[in-house]
Design a protein around this ligand. Structure first.
Ligand code: ADP
Ligand code: MG
Length: 250
């Protein structure tokens, strides 16, 4: 969890770069136990990439590394073509790397509006934050004074996404977006993911179960045992490969 203390200015992401996020041969460990064994993942600018794989594959660890919360023990991390290996989470957040963690991370005892304004330290106008969030998610507008802890799981996910977007990210990483949610609401959330990407924010979505995300993903990466088993166009992902990966295959 160390922040880098280099004298160089914080990285700024050049969104004209063809690749917004790249992990190159990245290794990472918890203590002495290595769990990412040299993974290479690229998120092309403006795209939705689905990061798939069974429980324990290393998906959340990958997001932790990409957001600077966890150091790499090998390989390199790049944002918009710039080497940011070793740069800490605060600086990467300033450069536009934004994560919605598994479990969503909303403050249950604050209202929707209060939750949205928690992100306003980034300097984006408070009214603008609210207006943009409510335009994207009308359900949040209807419930603006309701405590976040009393919202449905889907509404909490909307709130977490809206709050993340209010930081004006260049890449949004979503961990287990659909966890515990009904298929109908998952479909609505993925429509929003597609809209977010259409607005120019690149998205990396982690999902344990593939089908829900593949409808909106441009690319897919399948992980198992801390390695990348397959990556390519989402349309080319073979059901058999997916099934065997989940069953502990190749
Ligand atoms: N805090 C931690 N301490 C030690 N090992 C961990 C920790 N978090 C995850 N792991 C291990 O790292 C591996 C990858 O976990 P994780 O990235 O959470 O996988 P996924 O998100 O794909 O389910 C697993 O073997 C898991 O047990
Ligand atoms: Mg996980």
């Amino acid at each position: 969890m160390s922040e880098s203390s280099t004298a160089s200015p914080p990285p700024t992401a050049d969104t004209t770069s063809p690749t917004i996020l790249a992990l190159r041969d990245v290794r990472a460990a918890y203590g002495s136990i290595e769990v990412l064994h040299g993974i290479t993942i690229e998120v092309p600018t403006g795209s939705v990439v689905a990061l798939l794989g069974p429980n324990g594959a290393g998906k959340t660890t990958t997001i932790s590394v990409a957001s600077g919360l966890m150091p790499v023990t090998g390989g390199a991390l790049e944002i918009a073509g710039q080497d940011v290996t070793g740069v800490g989470a605060t600086e990467l957040a300033r450069a536009g790397v934004c994560t919605v963690p598994e479990g969503r991370g909303v403050f249950p005892n604050l209202t929707i509006t209060e939750n949205l304004l928690m992100a306003s330290y980034t300097g984006v106008e408070r009214n603008e934050i609210r207006d943009l969030a409510f335009a994207r998610f009308p359900r949040l507008a209807e419930r603006r004074d309701q405590l976040a802890g009393t919202l449905s799981g889907g509404e909490q996910q909307m709130l977490a996404m809206a709050r993340a977007l209010s930081t004006d990210p260049v890449i949004l990483m979503l961990d287990e977006l659909s966890m515990g949610l009904a298929p109908k609401i998952v479909g609505q959330l993925y429509e929003q993911v597609a809209a977010i990407a259409a607005d120019g924010v690149s998205v990396l979505v982690v999902e344990q179960f593939a089908r829900s995300v593949l409808g909106v993903a441009d690319h897919a990466v399948v992980m198992a045992h801390g390695t990348v088993q397959w990556s390519g166009a989402a349309n080319d992902l073979d059901e058999d490969l997916l099934t065997s990966t989940y069953l502990g295959g190749p």
